[in-house]
Ligand binder design. Structure first.
Ligand code: PBG
Length: 328
């Protein structure tokens, strides 16, 4: 028999580009921004080389970069002053909190930008857990009404979408009900539906000052041994009213992305987290890897696995690689 030659379709760049199975679009990228309380702040984050914290009055600088890159969505995280933190994270729903101010600022200067806000308490609680404490335990049901208040405060500031990342059971329903009661019936919820307890969040916790002061997050975030549980978690979020599902982290969880894509009809997001970013940045800085090549390859793997959209600190770089035709 004659040799069968798959190599025919790899013979030159034009052909390879023609037969690509995975196509990328800048419209599928979401860029995370850290909003720090104060004014005149635009400071480098040492553990995430190239990323910054911005005070609300400076956030336009970050958004301008995003717009120039052709990216349509940002995801905002609040970084309050230490003195504002308390047992219940009440600063998280302060209508004049840094995050709420930043949302208003962005929406008034750049109404076309899709502003998504992270809904969680860990940046705002004195103990650094994502919910209220009862003794040393995280009190699931007691946390729900606070998360709902946070989501409503983001919506009132002008957020286009909210993204709960706390992993309390029942939070999507609590948030949906509160948003609806406040007439935000058309505001979507992007749920961190399959969020694993991960060492890849290390740099973020430093960046946002939200490491737990004791224990870990294993009683609420998922165990990385589990795949079926990601389906169950996502199913519950669908029933509770989630509009978009999410897998987080992304790089070590491609099987989870593929599974959720195959199982659900809802749009799916993947979050390539801080540890993934910093690993590439640090190895590149040390001259060990080709940064651009590594960004391209990992990014394509998320979309090949089936994600519809990607939250990534590399969003501006990826947008440039797409424009250059290097990927997508
Ligand atoms: C808040 C939150 C975390 C991240 C996003 N939202 C930290 C955590 O759960 O400990 C991590 C994002 C990243 O690492 O880039 N709960």
């Amino acid at each position: 028999m004659e040799v069968i030659r798959p190599r025919r379709l790899r013979k030159d760049n034009v052909t390879r580009e023609l037969v690509r199975e995975t196509r990328l679009s800048k419209s599928a990228l979401i860029y995370p921004i850290f909003i720090k309380e104060g004014s005149g702040i635009e400071e480098n984050i040492a553990v995430m080389d190239g990323q910054k914290r911005y005070s609300p009055d400076r956030v336009e600088h970050a958004v301008e970069t995003v717009i120039k890159a052709g990216i349509g969505s940002v995801l905002l995280f609040g970084v309050p002053e230490h003195s504002r933190k308390d047992e219940t994270g009440s600063e998280a729903y302060n209508e004049n909190g840094a995050l709420q101010q930043a949302v208003r600022k962005i929406k008034s200067s750049f109404p076309q930008i899709n502003v998504i806000t992270d809904v969680c308490l860990c940046e705002y609680t004195s103990h650094g857990h994502c919910g209220l404490l009862k003794g040393k335990e995280v009190d699931n049901d007691g946390t729900l009404s606070i998360l709902a208040k946070v989501a409503v405060s983001h919506a009132q500031a002008g957020a286009d979408m909210v993204a709960p990342s706390d992993m309390m059971d029942g939070r999507v329903q609590a948030i949906r009900e509160a948003l609806d009661q406040h007439h935000f019936t058309t505001l979507p919820i992007m749920s961190y539906s399959a969020k694993y307890a991960s060492s890849f969040y290390g740099p973020f916790r430093e960046a946002a000052g939200c490491a737990p002061s004791f224990g870990d997050r294993k009683t609420y975030q998922m165990d990385y041994h589990n795949l079926r549980e990601a389906v169950r978690e996502s199913e519950l979020d669908v029933l509770e009213g989630a509009d978009i599902l999410m897998v987080k982290p992304a790089l070590a969880y491609l099987d989870v992305i593929a599974k959720l894509k195959e199982t659900f009809d809802l749009p799916l997001a993947a979050y390539s987290v801080s540890g993934e970013y910093s690993m590439i940045k640090t190895a590149a800085k040390a001259g060990m890897i080709d940064e651009a090549a590594m960004i391209c390859e990992t990014t394509v793997s998320f979309f090949r696995a089936g994600t519809d959209m990607l939250i990534t600190y590399f969003a501006p770089e990826i947008a440039a690689y797409i424009s250059e035709g290097r990927i997508g």
